[in-house]
Ligand binder design. Structure first.
Ligand SMILES: [Fe+2]
Ligand SMILES: [Fe+2]
Length: 209
């Protein structure tokens, strides 16, 4: 059975793939002068809004962070910092969106500023995920008992509305297909490898009572 840690870890890989795609397109323009189709950047930003902002981060706080806080205080300062970063996520996305808009409207003169804003944004995002994987998941592995894991796993498997989740998952898949259609190789079509960006179906446990 897929555990909450492996699910969150694989969602990080999906988010990292989108960040990598955005940086790749911007660096190709910086280094080789390749033009950018900004629609693909917009689709990627939209993905970061609808999936990590609305689903992934709340799920981390509701399950993983809460379980770690209940068993140890060793990660509390970092958990506070990560929760602050979650709360600021919408605003960080809005700033990137504004920088992209300035580039679209203002042309080449605005590109360097957009590229730098994206480098900073992606660097911060990667750092956020690294702290979660190395420190928070590490603390969870050390502090949670077998029973804690069973409870956490059961609560995680039972939360939410399966029909709404399935509809949302199909929405993410459509969005990812759109990104792959729009992005040039090696990020999008023609790369010969499949981008695993959409969250996987989560196995559900039957309710027992
Ligand atoms: Fe997070
Ligand atoms: Fe995360």
């Amino acid at each position: 059975m897929e555990t909450i840690l492996s699910a969150l870890w694989s969602e990080h890989r999906s988010i990292a793939a989108v960040l990598h795609g955005m940086l790749y397109l911007v660096r190709e323009k910086c280094e080789r002068g390749k033009p950018i189709e900004t629609r693909v950047l917009r689709a990627m930003l939209y993905y970061l809004d609808v999936f990590p902002e609305r689903v992934h981060h709340p799920k981390e706080e509701q399950f993983l962070f809460k379980a770690v806080r209940a068993r140890t205080s060793e990660a509390n300062p970092l958990l506070d910092e990560l929760a602050r970063e979650h709360a600021e996520g919408k605003e960080a996305l809005r700033r990137i969106d504004q920088a992209l808009l300035r580039y679209e409207e203002g042309g080449e003169a605005e590109f360097a500023q957009f590229a730098q804003a994206l480098e900073d944004f992606a660097g911060g995002y990667r750092d956020h995920m690294r702290k979660e994987e190395e420190v928070v998941m590490g603390a969870a592995r050390r502090a949670l008992s077998k029973d804690d894991w069973s409870t956490l796993q059961r609560e995680w498997a039972l939360h939410g509305d399966p029909i709404a989740e399935e509809a949302a998952r199909e929405g993410y898949e459509r969005l990812i297909n759109r990104i792959v259609e729009l992005a040039p190789p090696p990020i999008g079509l023609g790369c010969g490898t499949e981008l695993a960006l959409a969250p996987k179906r989560r196995p559900r446990q039957p309710k027992t009572n």
